[in-house]
Design a protein around this ligand. Structure first.
Ligand SMILES: [Zn+2]
Length: 306
């Protein structure tokens, strides 16, 4: 099995392609949609444990947080743009409240190489011996990335998954297939307003202000309802919406299409009710603008507990 040092060597093979654009994609993987990588630029690569992480972006090496925000939030008010901060590299910056909307911006691919995984540069692996039938069959690449400068990278026998950041525990990463829904449910069912629990990056890494507003509307939950007063099924619905909304957003961002919001920064909800905008946050934490429809998202009061 490729251990840390081998994966580091894989990283050194990928590094020369940082700053290059993917112009053609191939391979047999079913774990990601190949077209999502078309036209993307490799931003950087990192190794953590036995995993290789490669960041993709829609332009050349936009690592400056301000540039990211400008690009993605050009339809947002300045107020919302200035109080977000994006981090893609430093683990110290990934505390609660800080990696606002990290998942749709970061677009990291995590490669795990299993027992026999490998990477080739500018060449395909050839069969070293015949199989039991005596056939000489070359290994099938999981992923091939061709770059604008003419080179190509080939990935064999690896698990490929999107994730929010290399520094996030996969069980807390809303984009990861390993996201632990039961753990998230426990975090959400505490005696705190759900809108505050959802922004806690220790449990919902990748969820930011836009996702929070949208999924609470989709689940018809008032942002100030306490998690401890809501039925488990309702909290599960919030978590399911968080997962599906974030995945859809990533997909849309990769295809560079605009995302349409239901409640975030809206005057009226989709049913035509007047939307309330309120600043909500923990007592000593960052206060965030929160949009909700008081008609569609009724607040559960303590005495109404089912
Ligand atoms: Zn409404």
């Amino acid at each position: 099995m490729p251990e840390g040092p081998t994966v580091r060597r894989f990283c050194s093979l990928v590094s020369p392609f940082v700053g290059q654009q993917v112009v053609k994609v191939g391979g047999r993987t079913k774990q990601i949609a190949l077209q999502d990588l078309m036209g993307q630029w490799i931003q950087e690569c990192q190794v953590h444990g036995k995993n290789l992480y490669v960041a993709f972006g829609s332009d050349v090496r936009h690592k400056a947080p301000s540039a990211n925000i400008q690009e993605l939030d050009d339809d947002h008010s300045k107020k919302e743009s200035v109080d977000v901060s994006v981090t893609t590299t430093s683990p110290d910056d990934l505390g609660p409240w800080e990696n606002e909307e990290a998942s749709p911006r970061c677009k990291w691919l995590r490669f795990h190489f299993g027992l026999y995984g490998s990477i080739r540069v500018n060449e395909l692996a050839r069969a070293r011996q015949g199989n039991k039938k005596g056939d000489w069959k070359d290994p099938t690449p999981r992923l091939i990335l061709h770059f604008s400068a003419g080179g190509f990278l080939v990935f064999y026998n690896c698990r490929i998954l999107w994730c929010s950041s290399p520094h996030v525990e996969p069980t807390c990463d809303i984009l990861s297939l390993d996201f632990d829904k039961e753990k998230a449910l426990r975090a959400l069912s505490g005696p705190r307003p759900v809108c505050i629990s959802l922004m806690d990056q220790r449990h919902f890494s990748g969820v930011g202000n836009i996702i929070k507003n949208e999924i609470l509307f989709l689940a018809q939950v008032h942002p100030l309802s306490l998690g401890s007063l809501l039925p488990a099924d309702t909290l599960r619905a919030v978590i399911d919406h968080a997962i599906s909304f974030t995945a859809r957003w990533l997909r849309i961002k990769m295809q560079r299409e605009p995302l349409h919001y239901s409640i975030y920064m809206k005057e009226l909800c989709p049913k035509g009710h007047k939307v309330v905008k309120e600043t909500i946050g923990p007592p000593r934490g960052l206060q965030r603008l929160t949009w909700y429809c008081p008609t569609c998202q009724e607040r559960v009061q303590p005495e109404e507990r089912a």
